[in-house]
Design a protein around this ligand. Structure first.
Ligand code: NAD
Length: 474
């Protein structure tokens, strides 16, 4: 079985650590490769390579860096099918669905790197007295990108554009559960050696990387628990962290909407990627006037999410990533049922191998239940019926998380009210999307640090100001 390697200064090499982890196909429970568990020595070597490569990378013309990144994106695009197949093998996502997300991520990488060309890396402000202030934005140096397994390729590509275009070098540490696609992504890399380095492993690599003295910024995407540790490490060194963490996103369904069309959209938001999206719809508040028709349509829609090995044609939902993730789903369903909820669809696991769990609709749910409080990261759609739109917004807003929220309504006043939900993004009559201008910072426990659009460049650079007097002060 293949043992995966790290990419350091443009050369593939074995880990210096003594632990190997199995990479497991969650549809079959079979190991498909071995990968390093990670160690501090690997991290030190990768960071040294990134530090050494950074001045020459930053010295290139901005347009040259953007052209390098864009050329890499083109190569990745040519291998999108292969990358989607690897993602399916390592974490279960159906190949066709994975392919769509990878296409989007490649376009996003190109767009975000291209934004560098209009970003104000150097601006001069003239003063009335003839003097001026030059504002310069410098790259930070060597940076780190640590990613989860739920969108292995997308998460890496999503973080790299602004960091690299701004003149930083990067050490990437993908999830230990999904290293296959990351390794392939960097086999396709055509940037100068050391500009992007890859270190494999779990917290044994992630911890030392996040705490490294020479890593100036950590872009971390993952759980709240690990994010707190990363933030504590960077805080100790007074270095930067952008933390994109977990969620428990609400959706509010107003009276007057088309219940069938809305239920189809909510099913997609709750079940796609087997519910393993940070912005999956995990709390559903429905106005009582449409509740019966909505739930009936949601149950019907859940039945269309055919489960199976994501390599097979027509499969809508692959397995959960591992047994631990399936145990969380089981625990949330059992707790809800014990406290009075009703399973209206799904809830019964298929026999046989693979970490499968069906698209499941729960009604009679309330906020005392785990399923309404803790992130599930699984294919559950818990529905709460509310007496008014205002009550839906009020209950949607009661959460320690604040990643995103979705509202379905035809009422312009209600659309305006939706903006009050404390979340980084509010979608109205759509879920996901919003274009490259999307700018946000997660609220509450969902993270820290503004990102998207110009904020990604603000995070990737350090500003300084040079004041030039009109004449020597007498
Ligand atoms: P995780 O926190 O277990 O792991 C994420 C990454 O951090 C992995 O690469 C892991 O090896 C590494 N890691 C773990 N402990 C670490 C430590 N102490 N120091 C440094 N690195 C460490 O999360 P996961 O299970 O891989 O991913 C699921 C979580 O990610 C969910 O909570 C989900 O909501 C969240 N997520 C958030 C977003 C977002 O944009 N907000 C996107 C995708 C996933």
């Amino acid at each position: 079985m293949k043992t995966l390697q790290n990419l350091i200064d443009g050369i593939w090499e074995d880990s210096l650590g003594d632990t190997l982890l199995d990479v497991v196909n969650p549809a079959t429970e079979n190991a498909v490769a071995r990968a390093p568990g990670g160690c501090r020595d690997d991290v030190d070597r990768a960071v040294a390579a990134a530090v050494q490569a950074q001045p020459a990378w930053a010295a290139l013309l901005l347009a040259e860096r953007v052209a390098w990144i864009s050329a890499w994106a083109d190569v990745v695009a040519e291998h999108a099918d292969e990358l989607a197949e690897l993602e399916c093998r390592e974490m279960g996502k159906p190949v066709g669905i994975g392919r769509t997300f990878i296409d989007g991520a490649v376009a996003g990488l190109k767009a975000s790197a291209g934004q560098a060309l209009s970003y104000g890396f150097e601006e001069t402000v003239a003063h009335d007295d003839g003097g001026s202030t030059r504002i310069l934005r410098h790259p930070l140096g060597a940076t780190a990108v640590i990613t989860p397994w739920n969108f292995p390729v997308t998460m890496v590509l999503g973080a790299l554009g602004p960091l690299l275009a701004a003149g930083n070098t990067v050490v990437v540490k993908p999830s230990e559960k999904s290293p296959l696609s990351a390794v392939r992504l960097f086999e396709l890399l055509n940037l100068p050696p050391g500009v992007v380095n890859l270190v494999l492993g779990d917290a044994r690599a992630g911890g030392p990387l996040a705490e490294h003295e020479q890593i100036q910024l950590v872009h971390f995407t993952g759980s709240v628990e690990a994010g707190r540790k990363v933030g504590a490490g960077t805080g100790e060194r007074l270095h930067r962290a952008v933390l994109e963490l977990g969620g428990k996103d609400p959706v509010v369904v107003d009276a007057g909407v088309d219940p069938r069309a809305t239920a189809a959209a909510v099913a997609f938001g709750a079940f796609i990627n087997t519910g393993q999206i940070c912005t999956s719809m995990e709390r559903i508040y429905v106005h009582e006037e449409v509740a019966d028709a909505f739930v009936e349509a949601l149950v019907e829609a859940a039945g269309t999410y055919t489960m199976g090995d994501g390599h097979d044609e027509g499969v809508m939902m692959g397995p959960l990533v591992d047994e631990r993730q399936r145990d969380i789903v089981r625990r949330h369903v059992a707790d809800a049922v014990e406290r009075g909820a009703t399973i209206r669809a799904g809830g019964v696991e298929p026999a046989g191998r693979g970490f499968f769990y069906p698209a499941t609709v729960l009604t009679g749910v309330d906020e005392s239940m785990l399923v309404m409080n803790e992130e599930t990261f699984g294919p559950l759609a818990p529905v709460v019926v509310v007496p008014s739109f205002a009550a839906g917004i009020e209950r949607a807003s009661r959460s320690r998380f604040g990643l995103a929220a979705t509202v379905y309504t035809d009422d312009p006043d209600h659309m305006a009210a939706a903006a009050r939900i404390p979340a980084g993004v509010v979608w109205i009559n759509q879920w996901q999307g919003g274009g490259p201008e999307r700018l946000y910072e997660p609220a509450g426990d969902s993270g820290m640090g503004a990102t998207g659009a110009v904020a990604a460049y603000d995070a990737a650079t350090r500003p300084s100001s040079v004041h030039i007097a009109a004449r020597l002060a007498s």
